[in-house]
Write a protein that binds this ligand. Sequence first.
Ligand code: PEP
Ligand code: MN
Length: 347
Amino acid sequence: MIVVMKKDADRAEINHAVERIEQLGLKPHVIVGTERTVIAAVGDKRPEHKMSLESCPGVSEVVPILAPYKIASREVKPEPTVVRAGSLTVGNKHIGVIAGPCSVESERQILQTAEAVKASGATALRGGAFKPRTSPYSFQGLKEEGLKLLAMARDATGLAVVTEVMSTEDVSTVAAYADVMQVGARNMQNYRLLEVVGKAGLPVLLKRGPSATMEELLLAAEYILDAGNPNVILCERGIRTFEAHTRFTLPLASVVYLHAKTHLPVVVDPSHGTGHTYLVPQMACASVAAGADGLILEVHPDPEKAMSDGYQSLNLDQFEQTMQLCRKVAEAIGKELGSLAPEALTL
Ligand code: PEP
Ligand code: MN
């Protein structure tokens, strides 16, 4: 249920409604909007709950939330959520650009990439230190050493760090270095991990599982929100279909669909979504045109020598060109993409 407070409801009335919701055995989530405050009352509700809450002072109305996901639902919060983490802003009119290598490989590789993507206008640095690889014999990432290199690159460039956490036991280590924790596609339905990252206090980038439905993605986000973390960024990264010419199939209608159903920001990963470098620039533009709140792009100074996903990575020049192209699309739809390149600022 959504307990909609009156526009002039005061703190005491909101607190009272929260207490009443708890007494009824439901969990309150207070959502302060620009117009008014609403409280999502989540749990096993009974018909008499509605009447009881409606008679609380300062309550305007009590309406059921129809969607199975509650706190993620747009019914609860019509205005878009903006997630901020250091240099990264994602949501509303800001298109965040998260760029960097699939895996952190060396100090030189990550520093060179961070400086170059920043100069082209990226607002965050990506890089995997804990890598989920299909084969146990593939490079598994530099683990904590990789996290240290990411933190070093953040110190050098000021870019926020987005990096994956694969298991509950690594959450506190990753949280000590990251600005945003990425839950990868393979872990979208690792519910225990979702609960633990929900409690870690950092924004979370939640990638869609390759065979997950929109509803499953939103219910996975709901685990993080329900654990008390409002800063969830959804990520469309492509799904498995019969098509073999692209690594995955990138369904951009999901951006529009998700915006209709949830207030959470949606970013798109055209690198994994296509699996081929030559497809990335145009699909990045198409993502922006579809209304994406951000892009996450794999960029490597020398893709041919990348230890993972080189075949879908942009080199530094290709990234710069992609940014130029995407910026035009963003401008055309009244949005701001990435940051202005520092050179542009000094001109
Ligand atoms: C990645 O971002 O490098 C990655 C492993 O992504 P996904 O979880 O979408 O496969
Ligand atoms: Mn990758």
